[in-house]
Design a protein around this ligand. Sequence first.
Ligand SMILES: Nc1ncnc2c1ncn2[C@@H]1O[C@H](COP(=O)(O)OP(=O)(O)O)[C@@H](O)[C@H]1O
Ligand SMILES: [Mg+2]
Length: 321
Amino acid sequence: MASEPPQGGVLPLGAAIETRQLTKTYKSRALGKINVVDHLDLQVEEGEIFGFLGPNGAGKTTTIKMLLGIIYPSAGEGYVLGREIGDMDVHRVISYLPERPYYYEHMTGMEILKFYGALFGINDKDKFQRLLEKVNLAGDATKTISQYSKGMQQRIGLAQSLLNDPKLLFLDEPTGGLDPIAHTEIRDLILQFRDEGRTVFISSHELSEVERICDRVAIINKGKIERQGRLEDLLRGGRIEVIADGLNQGFADTVRAPESTVSFHNGRLIVDMSEEGDVNGLLDGIRDAKGQIISVVPRRRRLEDLFIETISEKKSGGEAA
Ligand SMILES: Nc1ncnc2c1ncn2[C@@H]1O[C@H](COP(=O)(O)OP(=O)(O)O)[C@@H](O)[C@H]1O
Ligand SMILES: [Mg+2]
């Protein structure tokens, strides 16, 4: 990261969000001063889906509120679409779906869009209709929010968040508490947003929900970023398990894959090796020895595993828990 501050508050092209040592300190009677967001260096590039991941209480919502200018940082700085945080002009081109959006229960889906549209000076019935279609609520436009399922409420929230055609969306726990089908619907919509060229910043404590759609992630715990990077880089280092039949110990002794374990179970050879190892070479060797390949199964790392590793490394590293 370049350490020079951006000139005149303008960021180099490509950065949608950047923070430098962004910090929020709260005082609590029991614990004294605590940095609930602790010297955060965040980089989000334009056009990507960025996952801001961490357990409850990690500081995700507090960070989003600082980026939106809703609360003030205690220290550090941040830029959103090239503007210093707190510059309210940026709100014309960003939007925010809070963790638990509150809607008037007696309003219909269409009325919600009209109501929030009015706040942006938008009174375009065709646009409202298009947005309802986009989130698959056109058939439910005249139902009230009290008749909407949680997933439908989340979808009307996404429609609302598109009213100002934002370049950057902040979605705070957008899949929280939804059933699997509703999850998929929300995920598909978020992928569409990216295809439309928007940047999407998603916070979540449910890692498995976002790992399939994020380009890059930051893992935050107790206000600090523990890991940040491209998801595919962070999840590198998976294992592959090869199972084969019709081979003997003599063959097993010839297997020379680095970081591998070779064993027999019910007469079958099981090789557990690093994804980076020479899997093809092993398969050729099995065929040459007239063995029969039963299965080749990649065991990819999951974000969940990475997260647990990250947190426990931190603990064993002697840091205050
Ligand atoms: N206004 C506040 N005053 C004191 N502590 C707060 C305030 N807002 C949030 N916190 C504390 O900051 C920590 C981070 O909260 P939050 O950002 O909401 O976490 P997350 O969104 O990751 O679940 C929590 O421990 C929370 O209790
Ligand atoms: Mg939160």
